[in-house]
Design a protein around this ligand. Sequence first.
Ligand SMILES: *[C@@H]1O[C@H](CO)[C@@H](O)[C@H](O)[C@H]1NC(C)=O
Ligand SMILES: *[C@@H]1O[C@H](CO)[C@@H](O)[C@H](O)[C@H]1NC(C)=O
Ligand SMILES: *[C@@H]1O[C@H](CO)[C@@H](O)[C@H](O)[C@H]1NC(C)=O
Ligand SMILES: *[C@@H]1O[C@H](CO)[C@@H](O)[C@H](O)[C@H]1NC(C)=O
Ligand SMILES: *[C@@H]1O[C@H](CO)[C@@H](O)[C@H](O)[C@H]1NC(C)=O
Length: 351
Amino acid sequence: MFQSQFARTFCLIFSLPLLFLLAPHILPPRHVPISLPDELDDLALFNRAVATGLRSSSNPKSTFFRLGSTNPKFKIAFMFLTNTDLFFAPLWERFFNNSSKDLYNIYIHSDPSSNVKDPGGIFEDRFIPSKHTERSSPTLISAARRLLATAILDDSMNFYFALISQSCIPLHSFGYMYRSLFHTPFSWRPIKFRSFIEIQSNGSILHDRYYARGKNVMMPEVPFSEFRVGSQFFILTKKHAMLVLKDRKLWRKFRLPCINVESCYPEEHYFPTLLSMADSEGCSHFTLTRVNWTGSFNGHPHTYSPSEVSPPLIYELRQSNFTYDYLFARKFSPDCLTLLMDMADSVIIKD
Ligand SMILES: *[C@@H]1O[C@H](CO)[C@@H](O)[C@H](O)[C@H]1NC(C)=O
Ligand SMILES: *[C@@H]1O[C@H](CO)[C@@H](O)[C@H](O)[C@H]1NC(C)=O
Ligand SMILES: *[C@@H]1O[C@H](CO)[C@@H](O)[C@H](O)[C@H]1NC(C)=O
Ligand SMILES: *[C@@H]1O[C@H](CO)[C@@H](O)[C@H](O)[C@H]1NC(C)=O
Ligand SMILES: *[C@@H]1O[C@H](CO)[C@@H](O)[C@H](O)[C@H]1NC(C)=O
C-alpha cells in the first residue's frame, strides 16, 4: 500500500519537469513573449534613434516647407519586413534602377530563424539586426520599430518611412512615388507633410480585438473609444516615426500577450491607435498599399496568382477613392515574378 503510493508520488514528481519540457511541443504557441534582454536592447536602440533624430537637420521642428522648396535631397526609407526570401527582389531592383540613388534607402528586417538569403545587388548588406517575429504577437510591432530606429540612425535625410512586405509590389515608378509623397500643393502657407496610415474606428471587429488581452487591461491608457484599427503597412513622416519610437505608455499595453489568439493582431492596432491619439490631423487615415480583402481567409487577404496578373490588374489596383493613387499592392504569390518582370518597364514603372 505504502509502496504503491510512494511510487505514484515518485512518478508524479519526476514527470512534472518532463511535462514542462514537452508542453511547448504539445500545446500550440499562444504568444511569443518578448524577453527582458530583447526589450532593453530595443529600448537602447530607440533612445539612440530619438536622440540622433532630434539633432539632425530634417528633425520634426524643421519639417515645415515654404512653397518652391522642393527639398530634392530628402529620401524615402523602404523598410522590408519579411520572414521569407525577397522573391520580388528583381522587380524592386528594376524599380530602384530607374531612380536616383541619393533619393532612397533600403532596410530589411528578417526573422533570423527563417534564414532569408541576401538577394545581392541593391539589397546587399541592407539587413538590419533582427529578432524573431510571429503572427498574433507584438513581435511585429517591435520589428517595425526596429526598422524605423535603424533608418533614422542610418541617414538623417530619410524623411518618409515606408513599411512593406515581401509580397508587396510597386504600382508606379519611383519618380511617381517620390513626386506624390513630396508634392506640395500651391499655397502661401507652410506645408505640413502627413503620414499615410489607415485609421478606422469600425465597430464590428474592434470589440474582440480590444478585449483580446483580457478585461480592463488596456485601461486607463487606451480607452475603447480611442482604440483604432488599420493596415499594418504605412508610410510615416519622420515626425511620426520619432513619436512611435518615443512611446512607452501604449507599448506597455500592446506588448501584453493575448488571451484570445483569434483576435490578436497587435500591429494592426498599435500604430493607428497611437497616431490617432497623438496627431490625428497629421495622418491621412488611409493607406497607400492596396489590399484585396474579398474572399480573405484566416486573416490573410486575397493572394494574386499568375492567372490573374495582367496590365489591366495593375491599372485597376492603382485606382483609389482618395486624393492619391495606390503606390503599392499586396499580396502576390512568388510565381507571379516572371509576368510582373515582363510588364515592369511597359506598365509598372511607366509613368
Ligand atoms: C539594375 O542596374 C544594374 C546596373 O546598371 C544592372 O546590372 C541590373 O541588371 C539592373 N537590374 C534590373 C532588374 O534591371
Ligand atoms: C526611367 O525610365 C524612364 C522611361 O520610363 C526614362 O525616361 C528615365 O530616363 C529613366 N530614369 C532613370 C534614372 O533611369
Ligand atoms: C470599415 O468601414 C469602412 C467604411 O466605413 C469599410 O470600407 C472598411 O472595410 C471597414 N473595415 C473593417 C476592418 O471592417
Ligand atoms: C479580389 O479578389 C477576388 C477573389 O477573392 C477577385 O474575384 C477580385 O477580382 C479581386 N479584386 C480585384 C480588384 O483584383
Ligand atoms: C470606391 O468607392 C466605390 C463606391 O463606394 C466602391 O464601389 C469602390 O470599390 C471603391 N474603390 C476602391 C478602390 O476602394
